[in-house]
Design a protein around this ligand. Structure first.
Ligand code: ADP
Length: 212
């Protein structure tokens, strides 16, 4: 996998991280979505399900056969030991699937691979598998209004989610590059992503600028 650029992409909820991931994919990068992998592992028939059932018991399995996310969220929030046991099941499987998708991307001739990891800064192990970290940032007020606009969550609920994530300062301290996605049109954002993708050697396309 020599020469394959590995870029970690992170940002708080509502920062625009998924939008940036999508733009990078359009520019030719392969995108590995860590959250989607974790969700698949705990979906009905997911690879993590037998171990989750054996460790936590049938109470944590929904009728569909998926992990009961809400129950597990409450338990993991209240009991650090349970959270660690869950992570000990999920993380190695996420790592395995990530490696499989990385090899696949290399085989398909991508110039780079983007690891979309919401909790990158919180994790002790992700950084060592990455060449660069790109943080998508915006103000707290923008974060709150974007998340409220796209969901049924109240302001208090959004504030609680944000408070449970890393602080802006901690994320920014981990960044090799930052996109300040605030007061930008989507076209402006696409231009920035285009330049960043060339800067990190991710794009398979020539540098181009949108017409404004
Ligand atoms: P995240 O993945 O960080 O939670 P998203 O990429 O889903 O955030 O963006 C949150 C919402 O804000 C989406 O509806 C997205 O379309 C919108 N959005 C993000 N950046 C911009 C921007 N520069 N201009 C307008 N809307 C934006």
């Amino acid at each position: 996998m020599q020469g394959l650029v590995r870029l970690g992409l992170t940002g708080g909820i509502g920062s625009g991280k998924s939008t940036v991931a999508q733009l990078l994919a359009e520019l030719g990068a392969a995108v590995v979505d860590a959250d989607a992998i974790a969700r698949e592992l705990t979906a009905p028939g997911g690879l993590a399900m037998p171990l989750i059932a054996a460790t936590f018991g049938p109470d944590f399995i929904a009728p569909s056969g998926a992990m009961d996310r809400e129950k597990m969220r409450v338990l993991a929030y209240a009991d650090a030991g349970a959270r660690q046991r869950l992570e000990a099941i999920i993380h190695p499987l996420v790592r395995q699937e990530t490696q499989r998708q990385t090899l696949q991307a290399a085989g398909h001739g991508h110039a780079g691979i983007v690891f979309d990891v919401p909790l990158l800064v919180e994790s002790a192990t992700w950084r060592e598998h990455l060449d660069w970290v790109l943080v998508v940032d915006c103000t707290l007020a923008t974060q709150i209004s974007r998340v409220m606009a796209r969901s049924a969550l109240t302001r208090a609920e959004v504030e609680k989610i944000i408070a449970a994530q890393s602080s802006r300062a901690r994320r920014l301290a981990a960044a090799d590059a930052v996109i300040f996605n605030d007061g930008l049109t989507l076209l402006d954002l696409a231009d920035e992503v285009n330049q960043i993708s060339h800067h990190f050697g991710l794009s398979s396309q020539p540098l181009s600028f949108n017409q404004k």
